[in-house]
Design a protein around this ligand. Sequence first.
Ligand SMILES: Nc1nc2c(c(=O)[nH]1)N[C@H]1C(S)=C(S)[C@@H](COP(=O)(O)O)O[C@H]1N2
Ligand SMILES: [Mo]
Length: 203
Amino acid sequence: MLRKLGKVTRVRREQEAAVPPGQFATQKFPVMTYGPTPDVDLGEWRFRTSGLVQHDVMLTWEQLTGLDKVTVEAEFHCVTQWSRMRNTWEGVPFSEVMRLAMPLPEAKFVMVCSYGGYTTNLALDALMDDDVLFAYRHDGAPLTRDHGGPLRLVVPKRYGWKSAKWVNGLVFMAEDAAGFWERNGYHMAGDPLQEQRFREGMR
Ligand SMILES: Nc1nc2c(c(=O)[nH]1)N[C@H]1C(S)=C(S)[C@@H](COP(=O)(O)O)O[C@H]1N2
Ligand SMILES: [Mo]
């Protein structure tokens, strides 16, 4: 359900979501990070779009946080089998950044890039869902650095590795290409309802 409240939108589940197959629900919010945790000064922080877009957008922190806002209530599923079923994320809707970047018709996939070099790939269609956002708050508090602050992508309908922490850019592509975990055998799409954990022939 989507309800416009001026420039703030709320995206709520119609009903309690079920725990996906092979997952267990936890109240905890573990930190899952490969490698060091980046520390970026907000004055230096930048977000960029490139590739198959009409506009190579470059946003400062002030510009990003001045965009339309969304509050999303959603579950979060890590491929290591924990699911945190209730989360309230606040940030900028993915579609709002698309409005600025204007992907070309041939753009079908996106490489999401982060400070520290982490990458993950997603279909543009999956990112255009109304529950996808760039989050800077979680459960009523500023997003901590451990959990991806100042800004992370959140894609509730994909496994957690697609929700890139410390996000700093998007590259629009015609063909799919593997990001960090996808090169290491994780699934290209990663839908928890279909248990798309690993790719055939790998693991
Ligand atoms: N930049 C970056 N983003 C990342 C990761 C990472 O290692 N680096 N780990 C991913 C994985 S596997 C998961 S499950 C979630 C975990 O988010 P959390 O640490 O906030 O629980 O972040 C994802 N995003
Ligand atoms: Mo994960």
